[in-house]
Each structure stands twice: as C-alpha cells, then as structure tokens.
Unconditional design. Structure first.
Length: 201
C-alpha cells in the first residue's frame, strides 16, 4: 500500500515539474522582454520623426512650387503688358513715318499760297486742298507748333538765325521759315525759326 503511494507521489511531482517547465518556456525572459520593449519604443520614435521630417519636406516643396508659380504668373503678365505696349509704339511710329512723308506736300502748298497768283479760282483751290490736309492731319493727332511771337523754346524750335530787331521781345520768334509739327505730344520735327535779339528786352 505505501509502495503504491510512493509511485503516485513521484508521478504527481513529475507532472508538476513538466507543467512548470512548459509555463516558464511560454513566458518571455524578464531581461529580454525589457530590451525588446525598449527597441520597439525607439523604433516607434524613429518612425514618428521620419514621418514628421517627410511632412516638412513636402510642405517646403509645396511652398517652393507655389512661389515659382506666382513668379511665372507675374512674368507672364509683364510680358503680355510689354507686348501690348510695343504694339502700340509700333503703330504710332508707323503712323509718324507716314506723316513725315506728307509734310513736304504741305510745305509746297504753303509756299504756293505765299507766292500768290493771278487766278482767284486757282488760289481758292489751293486753299481748299490746304485746309483738307490740315483737317486730315488734325484727325490723326498731328498738331502744328506755335512759333511766331512765342518765346524761343529749344525743345520745339530750331533757330536758324538771330536777328537784331526791336519789333518783338528778346529771344522771341520773329519769323517762321518752316512749320514744326507734333504727333500725339511726340515731336515730328521742330519749327525752323529766326529769333529776335533785342538788347532792350
């Protein structure tokens, strides 16, 4: 009877030892578990830092692209305005060249009118053509420069001769040899004039 009980107790103790060994094998080692947790935490921190760094990089790239887009839009707008301005300048200069070709004809009419003639019909015809030329030039923006009796202005007058006289004040235009013209405030040619020299002012 006691012999059988001894075997039973031995088997019970053996089973108990086996279960403890199995349980210990299933549980992680204390020191190894702490190291694994530390490594995992560090990896998580690195991952978070990497994500934050990538976000900042993307934001910087976005800001750079937006700035470049704004600059390109500004350059395009400036180029468009410059093209419009250049086209306007080209049209005005083209018209100015045409006007310069017309002016000698106008000069011829003026000389013919000054010379006079025996036929009143001829003179009336010349005067009509002259007025038509004047009207046509005024419609496109051509203006004659005032000269006779005006103070000499080197910006619009070209002095051909200085004349001693008391008829007009000193440094005033005495006579106009060739009329000057402006086109939309742009000087086409200065008026050729004789200027008074009057010491008495």
């Amino acid at each position: 009877m006691s012999k059988g009980n001894g075997k039973t107790e031995a088997r019970f103790q053996e089973d108990k030892d086996l279960k403890r060994a199995d349980l210990e094998s299933e549980l992680p080692a204390p020191e190894g578990g702490e190291e694994a947790a530390a490594v995992a935490a560090k990896a998580a921190d690195i991952g978070a830092l990497g994500a934050a760094s990538e976000t900042e990089t993307l934001k910087a790239e976005r800001d750079a692209l937006l700035d470049r887009l704004a600059r390109l839009q500004a350059e395009f707008d400036n180029a468009r305005k410059r093209a419009v301005r250049e086209q306007q300048d080209f049209r005005e200069f083209a018209a100015a060249d045409v006007i310069k070709n017309i002016l000698p004809i106008l000069d011829s009419f003026e000389r013919a009118l000054k010379a006079g003639g025996d036929s009143s019909d001829f003179r009336n015809g010349i005067e009509l053509i002259y007025r038509q030329f004047q009207d046509a030039l005024q419609k496109i923006g051509v203006q004659a420069i005032a000269a006779v009796g005006q103070a000499f202005d080197p910006r619009v007058h070209e002095a051909i001769e200085m004349v001693d006289t008391a008829e007009v004040p000193d440094h005033h235009v005495l006579d106009e040899l060739q009329r000057g013209y402006k086109y939309k405030e742009r000087l086409l040619r200065p008026a050729m004039v004789r200027v008074a020299r009057n010491s008495r002012g």
